[in-house]
Design a protein around this ligand. Sequence first.
Ligand code: NAG
Ligand code: NAG
Ligand code: NAG
Ligand code: NAG
Ligand code: NAG
Ligand code: NAG
Ligand code: NAG
Ligand code: NAG
Ligand code: NAG
Ligand code: NAG
Length: 613
Amino acid sequence: AAVLSIISICVAHAVLHARAQANTRGFISIDCGSPPSAGYVDAVTWLPYVSDAQFVDAGVSHNISAEHADMIDLKLPRLYNDLRSFPTGARNCYTVRPLTPGTKYLVRATFLHGNYDGLGPGGLAVFDLHLGVNFWQTVNVSSVSDPFQAEIIAVVPDDYVQVCLVGKKGLGTPFISGLELRPLPDTLYTVVANASLSMAVHGRYNLGPDDEKLVVRYPSDPHDRVWKVLANLRSWNPANTTGNVRYVAGDQFEVPSAVMQTAATVDDGFSLRFYWDAYESNKELDYFAVLHMAELRRLNSSEARICEVYLNNGLWYSKPFSPEFRYSSSMFGMVTGSVEYSFRIEPTANSTLPPLLNALEIYVMVPTAERATDGGDVSAIMAIKAKYEIKRNWMGDPCGPKVYLWDGVGCNYAISSAPRITSLNLSSNGLAGEITTLLSNLTALQNLDLSHNSLTGNIPEFLAQLPSLAVLDLTGNKFNGSVPESLLKRSQEGALSLRIEANISSISNDQPQGKKPNRSTAVTVAVAAVVLSVMVVVVVTLTLCLRRRRTENDLSVRPLNGGKSKEDNGDAVSMQFDNRQFSYKELKTITNSFEKSIGKEKKTLGHSLTEVL
Ligand SMILES: *[C@@H]1O[C@H](CO)[C@@H](O)[C@H](O)[C@H]1NC(C)=O
Ligand SMILES: *[C@@H]1O[C@H](CO)[C@@H](O)[C@H](O)[C@H]1NC(C)=O
Ligand SMILES: *[C@@H]1O[C@H](CO)[C@@H](O)[C@H](O)[C@H]1NC(C)=O
Ligand SMILES: *[C@@H]1O[C@H](CO)[C@@H](O)[C@H](O)[C@H]1NC(C)=O
Ligand SMILES: *[C@@H]1O[C@H](CO)[C@@H](O)[C@H](O)[C@H]1NC(C)=O
Ligand SMILES: *[C@@H]1O[C@H](CO)[C@@H](O)[C@H](O)[C@H]1NC(C)=O
Ligand SMILES: *[C@@H]1O[C@H](CO)[C@@H](O)[C@H](O)[C@H]1NC(C)=O
Ligand SMILES: *[C@@H]1O[C@H](CO)[C@@H](O)[C@H](O)[C@H]1NC(C)=O
Ligand SMILES: *[C@@H]1O[C@H](CO)[C@@H](O)[C@H](O)[C@H]1NC(C)=O
Ligand SMILES: *[C@@H]1O[C@H](CO)[C@@H](O)[C@H](O)[C@H]1NC(C)=O
């Protein structure tokens, strides 16, 4: 049975509220695939757009084909002229920063294929969008010439957000034309209160304009929502006013006047109906519906427009309702548990006028159960990635979802807290320069393998301060100087399995090859420690010779007590990540076709709630 929760209804009262000043602070507008230096101001919205080069480090830029470019020139934003495609990699991500942590954002991704690859319809693709570590929706670009938009309202917990394109096997090359982020005040869409629940736009419609191609967005809507016309309503009558339609202070939708000034009504005595089907692929998703109404004409004393709203034959809102003259009222609530959501706005017996509807919003609730990696770890690993210019599959969240775990990164997944990076293997990655102090920010690190690179300089002291570090492999590099005493001490205490070349260890006395250890540094090591170390080395070396064959250059300092091999421990750490599958609720794009008869005269309400732009 349908569980309806109608949270409240906003009815306009006497408090007037001046329309908020247009404010583009915090807007981030990215034109994907445009040349790195080519920023511009959009001719319609006057919003500045920048290239995506600084937000992504994979993919290939393309221009759409000349014939499509000519076609869109007149009616579509410049954003659509170029795009970035991702022919390689299972997951490719944009990292957009800086954002204000804890802020609610409207995130919009736009797609226009435009025959960029010359493959025509053969180049079309179906792929998934993820917001951070969570599934957002499936993008099914089913036409070369039609744009597709995906929009989500989400609270962003960190100072960045990641938008990822996840390809599907055999379903084409993912691509993206634009990415737009608009901060929303906390007071808007309060159903999205924190990062644990987001909602994706299923449809956001302006009802009643003459021009079916009309798109209302910024600056008419200061929040730059995209309002499209719900077109082709043969049995709906348009109504409009030139007067301003306001909303009261505290209104949580702030529908722009340009949208509220037009409405759809029906003939006298009829009810106004619309419906949508639950996604075929996931009928368990919850929806959030918002019906916006405002009276557009001053009624005289003998006129009344009173209506009741039904959903699937049950009363959705418990009282008869009269829209106020040029004030927005919104009925909203979660709708769930059905395969079809059929709304009916009926006039009451004492209503002299038919019902009206000015605007309509339908959202799909997006569960965001997956947790993102600890923010400190993310910013550290991102900085490490930049420092050593690591590419691989290092995109999106390092630990999640687990199927897209970064190469060489291992994580610990606790139920009650964010995943932490516990191992980092950068062996044979061509790293050059010194060991970066950024590693000290990976405070949960247990296992660090930097072997077989071209790292130079000293082996830094801070490695000994990493509280959980148990395995450290520095072999096959070009370090000079000595091993810090603190690091040796930890290995002697059995807390750390340390692997370094014999010839750079200050405690090693066996045949120095090439450069000699730096004497003055070596001197700083206390004599007692040296003696003890030598003993340790001898014992350990003997133990190792007996237990394991090694390359001749390697000297492994292993814990003496405990007896348990840290290497094995490392294997155990990596094994605990394996074989946990994450399931994602799959969403489909809107493909409803309406064919409903209304009233007794079998008038047909035929139209589809498809994406129109
Ligand atoms: C796209 O076209 C512009 C000029 O219209 C050109 O400067 C740019 O290099 C082209 N980009 C690609 C990837 O071909
Ligand atoms: C994509 O959309 C087309 C047309 O609507 C449909 O035929 C096709 O099955 C869809 N593909 C997927 C994978 O959902
Ligand atoms: C998120 O908001 C919901 C209400 O919308 C609340 O029930 C939940 O406890 C909140 N979660 C956190 C982590 O604050
Ligand atoms: C408003 O209604 C009038 C008369 O029906 C029509 O001529 C006009 O185009 C409408 N305006 C809009 C913006 O729909
Ligand atoms: C109210 O308006 C309607 C339609 O505009 C008109 O037919 C009716 O006579 C008016 N009644 C009064 C009392 O003015
Ligand atoms: C109209 O009828 C409804 C019941 O259908 C009633 O609740 C409401 O008070 C009536 N309104 C007027 C203005 O008579
Ligand atoms: C590393 O940690 C320090 C101290 O906690 C912090 O100030 C710094 O911003 C961090 N650096 C990065 C790249 O996360
Ligand atoms: C790191 O990766 C290399 C090659 O990818 C592998 O040989 C080595 O055993 C790994 N190190 C650890 C500690 O797992
Ligand atoms: C280590 O190498 C760097 C250059 O790579 C050099 O500046 C420094 O003096 C060397 N230190 C020692 C102790 O040899
Ligand atoms: C240590 O030995 C290796 C192998 O013999 C050699 O390539 C390297 O240059 C030596 N390093 C130093 C600092 O002497």
